[in-house]
Structure formats: C-alpha cells, structure tokens
Write a protein that binds this ligand. Sequence first.
Ligand code: COA
Length: 570
Amino acid sequence: MRILLLTHAFNSLTQRLAAELRQCGHEISIEFDIADTVTEEAVALFRPELIVAPYLRRAIPESIWSHHVCLIVHPGIIGDRGPSALDWAIQGGEAEWGVTVFQAEAEMDAGPVWASVGFAMRTARKSSLYRNEVTQAATSAVMQAVQRFASKDFVSQAAATFPNLRGRLRPLMKQVDRCVDWACDDTAAVLRKIHAADGFPGLADSLFDKPCHLFDAWPEGIVRGKPGAVMARRETALLRATVDGAIWIGHVKRSGGIKLPAALAFEREATAVPELALADWWRCESPTWQDIAYEEGGPVGVLHFEFYNGAMSSAQCERLRRALQWVKQRPIRVLLLMGGLDFWSNGIHLNLIEAASMAQGSAADESWRNINAMNDLALELINTGQQITIAALGGNCGAGGCFLARACDLVWVRDAVLLNPHYKNMGNLYGSEYWTYLLPQRIGLDAAQVLMRDRQPLTTRRALQIGFADACLEGDSTVFRREVRERAATLAGAPDLEQRLAAKCQTRQRDEAVKPLAAYRAEELTQMRRNFYGFDPSYHIARHHFVHKSPASWTPRHLARHRDLGWQIP
Ligand code: COA
C-alpha cells in the first residue's frame, strides 16, 4: 500500500512506524503537518491509499479526512480524548494505559476505533514512557489497523460501543494542574508531577526565588531537610527537600532560556550550595542521582552512563573517559558499556553549545571542545587491549553516539531500539568520533556513504543485516540488561577469549601501520573546523532551530519521497 505518514515531526515514534511499515513492503512517504494546503498538496502528489498520523498537534482538515481514511495514533486508552493523555495518566497514577488508533472525523479524537493495545505503566518520565511503552504499543496497534484496513472487511466501531469504557475527554493539562506544594506533597507526588511534564513542558516552579521549569527528577534515599529547600549539589544536579525525603533535579529551563543542567542554569547560585559527592563514584547507590556508575560480576565489568537525552558535554565525556581508564585497570576480561535507560548517546551536547552562544561566548569553541572530548573518549575505547568491549544499546542512539558505540568491539542492541548513524541532519555536519575508520571497516565504503547520505533511521534488524550491529536481543530494558550480562559472562568464559584479544590487538597494530588513528582524526576535524568556524553557518543555524524547537517550515526532501522530481506511483 501507499501510506502517507502525516506528522508534526519525524520523532522516534514516526521513525519507528516508517521503518516497520517499509519492512512490511509498504510504500511510505512523509509530510510534516505545516499547513492544510501543504497537506492537500502532498495527498494530491502521493495519492495515498491510507494516511497514518503518528504525532499531530492539530486536526486534519475535512478536505482530507472526508476523502481518505486517516488513522490517528492517540497515546490513550479507548475513549480517552484530549491533548494531555499521558500527562493525566502519569499524574493520576494509572496502573494500566494504552494506545488507540482511531479514524479522523469532524469531532477531535472521537472517530471509530481501528485498534487499541494496552501496556502496564512504569514510574518514569513521560518522554521515557513515550519512547518505550507507547512506541511499542503504537507500533502493534498501527500494524493491526493497517492489516484490518487492507483486509477490507473490518468494521471499525465507535468508542462508546466498547464495554467497560474507562477513557473520557480530558482538557489540556495546565500548570495549575501540575504545581507542587513543597509543604504538603510527598516525594512520590512530586516525582509523579515532574515526570508527567518531562520532556515537555516541564513543571513550572522556582529555584533560588527565580521562576523556572523543572525536569529530570530522581528520588534521594538518605538526605533530609526543610521542605522546598535546596540542600546540596552533585555534578550538575541540585537536591531539594520534600516533606518526607528529597529529590534531585537534573535539568531546568529558566524563563526565556533553554533546557540546561540545573547547576549550570543557576551557576552563580549553585556555587554557594554544598557539594554532596558520592562516597565512591562507581558504586551504584540507590536511590539517588548518579550519572556514571560501575559494577562488576566476576570477569565482567558494567559501566553505566545515564546522561539526560543522551547528550554528552565536554565535561561528561572527560569524566566518562577517566572512569573508563580506571575500569580498564580492573581484573576484568569483558566490559559492557551500558549507557542510559532511554538513550545510549546522542553525541555532543547541543544545548550547552547553544547556551555558550546565548551567553555571548563562542558556540564554535564549545563545539570544538566537545567534539575533541568525544574523540578522546572514542580513542580510549578503541585502544582497549585487555578487555573485549561491548556497547549494550538498550535505548536509542544517534549521530556521534552511534560511532562511539562502534568504537567498541561489539554492538549489541535491544530490538526496539532505533539508530540514527549519520550527522548531516545537523546542518550538514561532517562528523568525527573516528567514523571514517570505524564505519567502512564494518559495513564497507559504499554502504557507509549511503548511510551517511540517506540519513534514514535504522531498525535493529536492518543494522544487523548491514553489519552495523552484532546482535539483536528481544525484551524490555530489564530483560535486555539481564541478557547482555549473561552473554557477556559466556564470552568472558569462552576458551578462545585470549586468542580473540590477541587478534584484536594485532588488527589494531596493523591498521595503525596502514593509517594512524591520528590521521583519521585530523582529516575529520579539518571538516568539522569548517562546520564550526567556516563561512557556511548551516550547522549553527540547524543547532539553533533544534535546541529552540522551531516549528518546521517544510518537510526535508529525503523524507517527502512524493516531492522527488520524477516520482511516480509505482
Ligand atoms: N544534545 C542536546 N539535546 C539533545 C541531543 C543532543 N545531541 N540529542 C537529542 N537531544 C534532546 C532533544 O532536544 C529532545 O529534548 P527534549 O527533552 O527537550 O524534548 C530530546 O533529546 C529527545 O530528542 P528527540 O529529537 O525528541 O528524540 P528522538 O528520539 O525523536 O530523535 C535523534 C533522536 C537522535 C534523531 C534526534 O534527537 C537528533 O537528531 N539529535 C541530534 C543528534 C546530533 O546531531 N548530535 C550532534 C552531532 S554528534
């Protein structure tokens, strides 16, 4: 079938649906919901048999839904309506939730139901539930709905006809519905409220008597204090007391500003707050805020790095590199690089780079520092001779993060993960992290060029097919983490481990003799210097729009296939 995906943005859910539907043999094209006339033009060009809307912020015009079946993906159970479905579900403490696919009609969110898939709720940020449970359920529901549509004999039913209907129309959740009363709300309630607003719009509150939106909250198990008071800082997070405990706040957005690590957004105020370092940086303390942690089980070491949104600043890269150097001295044979729950890595920290430019500093200098710190980290990984290194990707991974993962000997990926191993979407960025060494040796030069040029997301299955990934493991994050440990232990106990390590060192020496890593780095950085300091400001403009979330004014041509010159209905 020809299916048009009509969406507000090419977000992870839309990427996943596009990839899955293509894998089923459907012809997919994408149009951003910019204006009714643009949508009408896209429909006229592509002549879709079906329109699927995974992520919309406005209604589909009647001129479209009255002539085409348009299936809307709603992150709510049958009967649920309104723009804050997940926010209400999290804040209301729902135990079970779901995704419903219904047909667009005149009344918003009220059309007949084509499919619905449920899931168990988890204590997590809205964005985390969206990227995991919602995306998984939405993928199943859309696949079911598309099959039902293709069968031509399915009769969709109005939500009201379903028995035991729990869902109902709920309004947009406003900040008055979210606000925290620090003198009354306990830790669980504060967490629920911040989670329900994270990653967007954040919870409106104040810190140091300045208004800001709060994000990235973590419970603290030990420290207590006067409710509402900021008691301590650790790295970039701030600790604030509740009535029955305390929570760490990792990120904030100040009025007129952008989302930043809390202690950096309030840099001056935070210096007066006492530092509460962990007794041992590596020991997994729970519950608390800890962005880098290490555990060991026999010959297997596990390095965790939980960086918000997968963005890695110069300081985080440097701290992770020092942690890695320390871990490499441990008596282990296999090292798992576990990353975070939602993201493994998304490369350099674009918000901190943007913040440098907003503070009259140099975004080019900060970009340069950050890419060099990423490269130093990648180099430390590539030059690991005593252990087999494994990137265990339980969460999505993009841009430089993908090549940092490829700097490990093996890349094991959870099957629901999406990879975006390319840089050009960020204003034609050339990219570094030794990708010119790491990628062609895995997938071949031609395939590497195609991957970089086409800028399409890769499903795990596709990544495995082309050789970018080495293994695909099923299950949720908990199952994945258990399984990678088991596999790593088997690898560490394998009789050929010593040979494997020796072969790896030989290959590295041989490669170094043919062309030193320093040469790859210098070539990549020559291009990056141009991106950062050169006459073409595309990277700075693209980063600005990305960080400030400027609405798209057109659909990128590599997504809108129907706009290709000479495109014809197959
Ligand atoms: N730096 C700072 N923030 C980043 C980031 C980065 N490198 N990559 C992602 N984010 C943030 C987004 O701004 C968004 O923030 P929010 O919580 O305020 O909404 C959040 O992470 C999730 O990103 P989103 O784009 O919504 O996720 P996705 O899963 O739909 O898409 C990517 C994932 C990787 C395709 C997309 O985030 C991306 O293109 N990131 C930039 C990668 C990049 O160019 N890095 C620099 C070169 S190494």
